[in-house]
Design a protein around this ligand. Structure first.
Ligand code: UD1
Ligand code: UDP
Length: 373
């Protein structure tokens, strides 16, 4: 039996982390030849994530520019990925999630009639502008896909509602849980200096924010809310690994810089970040992946968004949707930090893990093995 060629396209940090277990699983099997195509939509953050999993991209298109536009990412990924697909002529292409790399690589594959597998298919906020442009990227990628790897039953239902054939949708769990469990099992101690600089006796909040729709005033409000929370709770500190995007860093530095209880730092290596999730008191984040990881570890997370395409986190109890308004963030944080009963109630509600069991990559590989044979 001849090996099947699979090209896996990734562009940003979360795609690298969530596709790493799939890449390693497929590479470990004898029936696939796997090629990793990095678009380089992110430069350092992508390589930082891949390095931890000891994965080296076979091709890196290196497209990133400072403050790149959506038009630029879309056209350069489409052209660059199209070129590499013409060279390799794979039997299938895998993409992940909802970034512009995901959508542009999918359409490039479609133009060549190469089937696309969408990992993390079917997430929906049902609002095309939130998150922006991710909701549209997901919807378009799901129109193009040939295999839908839905992380949850709800994601499958969303796809069925849109007319996708149920027999072609596979509920696999989210591969982020595979990555998380492997990392937790490795039981590493944090290596980053900024994490080591956290006072051992000071409980801390973990804060991340990067979404396009939060740039400007919403992000300023998030930062001001954090200052208010720390002022009210002098026993607490905060760890803020800043996304590399200058639009985010400038605001964070301006408002949070100089506060001696706030550690502002570069993006953490994945195991250090997982350590921080596990060891912090509370998370404030607008990240998609962090909502899933917090749920998997039963850690309360204030979701800094108006809607989430991961309602499973809310139902599970770990996620509380608070938006980006200063007062709302503060009151939610106060409730959890001042009332240990409220905090315990949130933790007690968190039963099981709505996002998977750590076996998603194995399931995806099994399905591709059968379908491409
Ligand atoms: C992108 C994705 C978003 C995803 C996020 C994960 C799109 C449109 N957005 O958003 O869905 O949630 O990644 O983090 O696909 N930069 C660096 N170094 C890096 C990475 C980024 O300097 O390693 C800077 C560059 O100036 C770049 C800017 O950040 O132009 C924005 O990067 P971009 O990928 O366009 O948007 P993100 O906000 O990172
Ligand atoms: N992450 C990381 N280092 C950090 C911050 C986040 O490794 O300093 C990881 C996090 O564990 C999660 C992923 O990055 O797996 C989330 O990426 P991001 O928030 O950039 O994107 P989103 O999930 O919102 O698309």
């Amino acid at each position: 039996m001849s090996k099947k060629n699979i090209d896996i396209v990734i562009g940003t940090r979360p795609e690298a982390i969530k596709m790493a277990p799939v890449i390693l699983e497929l590479k470990g099997r004898s029936d696939f030849d796997v090629r990793v195509i990095a678009t380089g939509q992110h430069t350092d953050m992508l390589v930082q994530a891949l390095d931890y999993f000891s994965i080296k991209a076979d091709v890196n298109l290196g497209i990133m520019r400072e403050r790149q536009s959506l038009d630029y990412i879309t056209s350069s990924v489409m052209e660059g990925v199209g070129r590499t697909l013409d060279e390799n002529k794979p039997d299938g292409v895998l993409v992940h999630g909802d970034t512009t790399t995901t959508f542009a690589a999918s359409i490039a594959a479609f133009y060549r009639k190469i089937p696309v597998g969408h990992v993390e298919a079917g997430l929906r906020s049902w609002n095309m502008h939130l998150p922006f442009p991710e909701e549209m990227n997901r919807v378009l990628t799901d129109r193009i896909a040939r295999w839908w790897f839905a992380p949850t039953e709800l994601a499958k239902e969303n796809l069925v509602k849109e007319g996708t054939r149920p027999e072609a949708i596979y509920v696999t769990g989210n591969t982020v849980v595979d990555a998380l469990f492997t990392t937790i099992r490795a039981k590493g101690t944090p290596k980053a200096e900024c994490v080591a600089s956290l006072r051992k006796d000071m409980p801390f909040l973990l804060v991340t924010a990067h979404r396009r729709e939060s740039w400007g005033k919403p992000l300023e409000d998030i930062c001001s809310a954090l200052l208010d929370i720390l002022e009210k709770y002098p026993a607490y500190g905060a760890l803020v690994p800043m996304h590399k995007n200058p639009a985010v860093r400038e605001t964070m530095r301006e408002i949070l810089g100089g506060n001696e209880r706030i550690v502002l730092c570069d993006p953490l290596d994945y195991p250090d970040f997982v350590w921080a999730i596990d060891n912090c008191k509370l998370i404030l984040s607008d990240s998609g992946g962090v909502q899933e990881e917090a749920s998997a570890l039963g850690k309360p997370v204030l979701i800094l968004r108006d809607v989430t395409e991961r309602p499973e986190a809310l139902e599970h109890g770990s996620g509380l949707l608070v938006g980006t308004k200063r007062e709302r963030i503060i009151s939610a944080a106060y409730e959890l930090l001042s009332d240990s009963e409220a905090y315990r109630r949130v933790q007690a509600r968190c039963e099981g893990n709505p996002f998977g069991d750590g076996q998603a990559s194995r399931r995806i590989a099994d399905i591709l093995s059968v379908d491409l044979a």
